[in-house]
Design a protein around this ligand. Sequence first.
Ligand code: SF4
Length: 374
Amino acid sequence: MPSSSASAPASVRVPEGARWACHECGACCRLFQLGPVEPAIVEGLRARDVGAAWAPAAAGFVEARPTPEGTAWYLKKVDGACVFLQPDNRCAVHRLYGAEAKPAFCREFPFHLVEDDLGLALVARGECAGFFESSRTGAPMEDYAAEVLALPHPRGIPRFAPEKVTIVAGLEVERARWMELEAALLVKLNAGEGPSAQPEALVALSRTHLFSGCGVRGPAADPARLRGAIGALLQAIGMVLDHVLSTETGAPPAERRFTAELREALRRAESRLAAPLPPLDADAARHANLLLRSAILSKGFQSVGGVGPGLGLFLFNTRVAQLAAETNAEGVITPAAFSAIYAAFVRLTLNATLQRVLLSARPALVDGFVHAAG
Ligand code: SF4
């Protein structure tokens, strides 16, 4: 729950109806890239001799890694988990010295703040393993806005300021027009049948809205092209995971187990690709809808080079979960089954190698966007 009762600054937008609370599952302290850590935080913990207060850190708690911007500090892991993760899934640094002693990225997770022409937008990241549960029972997202805004932002708050926004290659809109299209799309996704629609229908609805807003019709949806695109993406990611699992990378056993479990999930997804797709139940569909609205509001699509590939990526991620999850006795996928695979798979694909694979597979992501059926 938010630690202050301060109300949200008026200009911070959140996905309508979104809620969140931390369930202290500790998933975000495991198997993530735990950095970069600000040098001042590293120096502060060294000055306090954190290794004397927390034995697992006695042999050091950070390691230097090369990044595109130079060398950066990352928290060390012990069998795949942050060196400071306690057995009760709480943070030893927080317990010993308070939140201010923690790196900024730890304090901000799972929130993501972005600035656009309408002000600030705040969402929770889909890779938070507790997001589904807390999206029903947590505090309203807007209650966290003042707190997240007050956190240190060592790299600044990301600003969405492209001159033009690419929908698909050859189709761009001025940023001001995108903001209008986005606002109308978010309302549309949250109205009528939207909240209980399946992910593919949500992507189809988004495409129709965006194409018609740009005055283009686009090709007719082709289910075979969509299946082919999903199959190609599954194969590409699967090949990388096979390579990782067959190579001695020195990765801790917990990371290898996590990768092996998701490789199995991808195999299940591939084997079920040609069968009728089991539907998400109403609650799981509502959660998928929230994930999509969050991705749009936070401009997550920019990381794959445009709205079309971004929505194609949402469709791919949800499709992996939909294909790999087991159905219940009624033949539908429950939110727990859906979100367990969805959050873990998104967490896995944050890895730099898989991000490169997804970027180079952009045509398949665009196919997912263009050929989703309503
Ligand atoms: S993954 Fe989400 S619910 Fe779990 S500890 Fe991290 S922030 Fe909390």
